[in-house]
Design a protein around this ligand. Structure first.
Ligand SMILES: [Zn+2]
Length: 162
């Protein structure tokens, strides 16, 4: 720990106190170079990492987006919503406990594929086949909707008469 006053690395801990209520450690320190005192805090970081897309842009993790992209893959499959929620919980937990500040969306895609493989093979294949060529779950959702939705458009055109 460097001294905030003179930037020296020569600091020592005078006193350590733990606060179990907030799972934090407070340390009183003294700089050996300038003799000034300061306090540091140590806390467990369980923040959700931010997402890095392929193009380098960052965005916040969005459970709703993740959920909706998985639901698209699971459409018309017999998988209880509760099991999907638990799968998303596991993905979130893995991301939080990674300790990373930022994480590639591709990595989240892999986590989703892993969970879908456990839930439903068809959903897994749907997701994997489309996701691998896209950047984010959001891209997948849009693409999957575009593929699924216009079934009615594929009906023979009435205008064409011969
Ligand atoms: Zn100092």
């Amino acid at each position: 720990m460097r001294c905030p006053f003179c930037d020296s690395h020569d600091t020592q801990v005078l006193d350590t106190r733990t606060n179990p209520e907030v799972n934090a450690v407070r340390r009183r320190r003294k700089c050996g170079a300038c003799a000034k005192r300061f306090t540091t805090f140590e806390k467990v970081e369980l923040r959700m990492p931010r997402l890095i897309k392929k193009d380098g842009t960052r965005s916040d993790f969005d459970r709703e987006k993740l959920s909706s992209s998985m639901m698209v893959a699971l459409r018309k499959r017999h998988v209880a919503t509760e099991r999907v929620d638990l799968a998303i919980d596991r993905i979130e937990e893995k991301l939080r406990s990674s300790g990373e500040r930022e994480i590639a969306t591709a990595h989240i895609g892999e986590l989703v594929m892993h969970e879908l493989a456990l839930l439903d093979q068809v959903a897994f294949i749907r997701f994997a086949s489309v996701y691998r060529s896209f950047d984010t779950p959001e891209d997948f959702r849009v693409a999957a909707q575009a593929v699924d939705a216009p079934l009615s458009l594929r009906k023979p055109r009435r205008t064409r008469t011969r």
